[in-house]
Structures are given as structure tokens and as C-alpha cells.
Design a protein around this ligand. Structure first.
Ligand code: ZN
Length: 145
């Protein structure tokens, strides 16, 4: 298994994150100062979950709620792609706990909404950045100039 992420993959993930940006930021704001956690689907729509840890530094969702979410998404013909969570007061870099979780879900995309933007991450033998977008559309446009 190669750990190289091609540009097309990174770009596709950035498009996905941009589609879900407004919803993920709204959810982050609603959950503040606790971490928000939810599922992002292939169409960029989101399914918020409840952070049962009620913490500003970690999230926890019981299996029952995950199964319930997957069932609801399947019934609505929405395809879950990744779990996102927020870092209310820190960067979109993963915490040690996040890295452990990514290692356990080897290869799965994980999205973090931080104060510096939104970053996609995955573990594939090493920690891999899967793309980054800014918190605002305006800043995205500035970057392209
Ligand atoms: Zn985290």
C-alpha cells in the first residue's frame, strides 16, 4: 500500500470540504465551546452527532448513535464519507488522541475544523494531510490569485 496521495484525491477532498464548509462551521459554532462531531456525506451534506464527552478537547459518540446515523443516511440515500470534528480553540492539526483514532481507522478520511481552516487527514502508515481549505470562501479566492 502506497502512502502517496495524488493531487486529484486531494482536490476531490477539498471540493467535498468546501461543499460542507458552511454546515460544519455552523455546527462548530453551535457546539462551542465543546467540540462538534458529525458525519459528512458524498454530496457535502452533514449529519451532526452529539459529542457525549461534552468536552472542548475531545469527542465521543456511542456506537448506538453511529449505527442510528448510518441507518438514517442509508434510508435517505446519502453516502457517509468521513467523520468531522471541531477544535474550538486550536488548529486543524490532529491531537495525539485524533492520531490514535486515525490509526485505528487506517486509511479513512478524517476532517478537522480548526481556527486556521479545515484540514483532511488520514493515517496510512504515517499521518497524511489530505487537503486544506480556509474557513471563508473569500479567503479561498484570495489564495488562487
Ligand atoms: Zn481533535
Amino acid at each position: 500500500m502506497t502512502s502517496t496521495v495524488d493531487t486529484a484525491t486531494t482536490e476531490a477532498i477539498e471540493v467535498l470540504m468546501a461543499a460542507g464548509r458552511a454546515d460544519m462551521i455552523r455546527h462548530r459554532n453551535e457546539a462551542y465551546p465543546e467540540e462538534a462531531v458529525g458525519i459528512i456525506c458524498a454530496d457535502g451534506s452533514t449529519y451532526p452527532l452529539i459529542n457525549q464527552a461534552r468536552s472542548a478537547h475531545r469527542f465521543e459518540v456511542s456506537q448506538v448513535f453511529v449505527v442510528e446515523a448510518i441507518k438514517a443516511l442509508n434510508e435517505a440515500k446519502r453516502f457517509p464519507v468521513a467523520v468531522y470534528h471541531s477544535h474550538p480553540e486550536s488548529s486543524s492539526g490532529p491531537s495525539a488522541r485524533d492520531v490514535s483514532l486515525m490509526q485505528a481507522m487506517n486509511g479513512a478520511l478524517s476532517i478537522i475544523v480548526g481556527i486556521d481552516g479545515i484540514t483532511g487527514w488520514a493515517w496510512d502508515g504515517e499521518l497524511i494531510s489530505m487537503g486544506w481549505i480556509s474557513l471563508t470562501v473569500e479567503d479561498d479566492e484570495e489564495e488562487e490569485e
